[in-house]
Design a binder for this molecule. Structure first.
Ligand code: ATP
Ligand code: MG
Length: 267
């Protein structure tokens, strides 16, 4: 199963050359939204089966620059799923206790159990992204992490997890518009932090470390998808397509019981 936004192991990409907008022939918001709503209903049904069957685990990793749309993706794509079967984990600045452990310690605890879909809002990739740009650890520490991440993800995959990693690719101009909207709308003010502007000044540095992480951690068992995300409606559709395609392939089924339903009398 291949997808136009999926990266291939051994085929390095340049982020600069990757689109942040839908191709023009896809540029039809109405039909994109219709398809998205259908996929979202299908996702809800497939998730019910995953939960009931208790065989599969799906791990979805979301990474993006600030205002890249991680929160909106979670809100839109997962509307309608049973909250009992989906767990979202947002990884923030590590606590003192988390920093006293290896970088994958807090991640491993949040990995989905069988029957569950786990969504990571930021992830272990922060440990090869922000820490590089902000120089929080030395080169030999972050350099070793690419292979550590690949092997960790391999282990998860070998023990039954299906892993999908999405980089929500927005342009610097789109980020400016979204920051401005956060400043203009009192209901969105809380989403804005002055720290976001500091990071924006280092946009090119962030692009460089993202590119490196995407290229070095694209494996057969845990592919990255670079999703054009300037248009939220296209982003939602592109991500829903990948998730639904993946779940269709896993083909979860409601468990058959040995109970003969006709012979049971409910009094
Ligand atoms: P929003 O996009 O809505 O602002 P957010 O994901 O940026 O949401 P914040 O609370 O604003 O959430 O930021 C979390 C911060 O934690 C980010 O700046 C991120 O880079 C940082 N962070 C996450 N993991 C790590 C890590 N392992 N090491 C250092 N910083 C981290
Ligand atoms: Mg933020």
């Amino acid at each position: 199963m291949s997808n136009e936004h999926q990266l291939m192991p051994g085929k390095a990409i340049r982020l600069e050359a990757m689109p942040t907008r839908a191709k023009s022939f896809h540029d039809d918001r109405g039909s994109a939204e219709r398809e998205f709503f259908e996929l979202r209903d299908e996702l809800a049904e497939l998730q019910r089966r995953v939960y009931a069957e208790g065989e599969h685990k799906l791990l979805i990793v979301l990474q993006a620059m600030d205002a890249g749309g991680k929160d909106g993706t979670i809100r839109h794509v997962f509307r309608g799923v049973n909250p009992q079967g989906v767990r979202v984990t947002s990884f923030k600045n590590p606590s003192e206790n988390e920093l006293a452990h290896d970088f994958l310690w807090r991640i491993h605890q949040a990995v989905p159990a069988t029957g569950m879909i786990g969504v990571f809002n930021r992830s272990h990739y922060e440990d090869v992204l922000v820490v590089r740009v902000e120089k929080l650890v030395s080169k030999n520490v972050w350099e070793a992490r690419f292979e550590q991440i690949n092997q960790f993800e391999r282990m998860l995959s070998e023990t039954g997890a299906t892993i999908l990693k999405f980089y929500l690719h927005i342009s610097k101009e789109e980020q400016a518009e979204r920051f401005q909207a956060r400043l203009d709308d009192p209901r969105k003010n809380w989403k804005f932090s002055p720290d976001d502007l500091e990071k924006r000044k280092k946009w090119e540095d962030y692009m460089a470390v993202y590119e490196d992480a995407l290229n070095r951690c694209t494996t057969d068992w845990a592919p990255w998808y670079v999703i054009p995300s300037d248009q939220k409606w296209y982003r939602n559709l592109a991500i829903a397509r990948v998730i639904v395609d993946t779940l269709r392939e896993l083909n979860p089924q409601y468990p058959k019981t040995t109970i003969d339903a006709n012979s049971v009398l409910v009094e």
